[in-house]
Design a protein around this ligand. Structure first.
Ligand SMILES: [Fe+2]
Ligand SMILES: [Fe+2]
Length: 207
């Protein structure tokens, strides 16, 4: 009999941490690393966990998409305003924004494979799924490395208290809007499936 695999979990980030955007962004980077480890596990297993695949898909569509917006709509514009020419941020920010756009388009091969696994099937092509997974996690880890080692320290140096207050307010509003949308979505799903036990993949990701 197949052994039940433990529920996938990543570090919870309390909503109260949104008051400290620097800490919140760093914490989200840590969770992204944890999700990369899950993708490694999924790609390495002959019979990967459906729940883990659903969890990763929900993370990419939910918290990761929000994180990209936090950076593209708040952190990066604030840094572009405050950095000097000597900071030489243009090339790096250009690359990081291209990475973000890549996430928005998504790595189709990876997503299709995860969707197949979540549905209890095998990816159409296990080899190219494995390559797509390895490419995605390598890019994410490189991206986190640049943000943790260059972008966030620069933000600490250049941004003013008023910048951080604005970023905190915008992030809190964005996350609250997403939370309400998720709750409405879950309520709608519960209505559709009234009488049957349902679990939305979105419930599986704490954010
Ligand atoms: Fe980031
Ligand atoms: Fe980023």
């Amino acid at each position: 009999m197949a052994q039940r695999q433990p529920d996938p979990r990543i570090t919870e980030i309390p909503a109260s941490l949104l008051k400290d955007p620097f800490a919140y962004l760093r914490a989200e980077h840590q969770r992204k690393r944890e999700v990369c480890e899950m993708i490694d596990t999924i790609a390495a297993r002959r019979r990967p966990s459906r729940r883990m695949a659903r969890f990763v898909l929900a993370y990419i569509a939910g918290p990761l998409a929000l994180h990209v917006r936090d950076e593209e709509e708040d952190l990066f514009p604030a840094l572009r305003r405050r950095c000097t020419l000597d900071d030489e941020i243009d090339d790096l920010f250009g690359q990081l924004s291209r990475d973000h756009a890549g996430i928005a388009e998504s790595d189709e091969e990876l997503l299709r494979g995860l969707e197949a696994i979540a549905a209890g099937e095998a990816p159409a092509d296990r080899t190219s799924f494995g390559f797509a997974a390895a490419r995605f996690t390598a890019e994410q880890r490189r991206h986190i490395g640049y943000e943790n080692n260059i972008v966030l320290p620069l933000a600490r140096k250049r941004l003013r208290k008023s910048d951080w207050r604005t970023i905190a307010r915008n992030m809190a509003n964005r996350h609250e809007t997403a939370r309400k949308a998720r709750a409405a979505d879950d309520a709608r799903l519960a209505g559709v499936h009234a009488g049957t036990a349902t679990t939305s993949p979105k419930e599986e990701v704490n954010s």
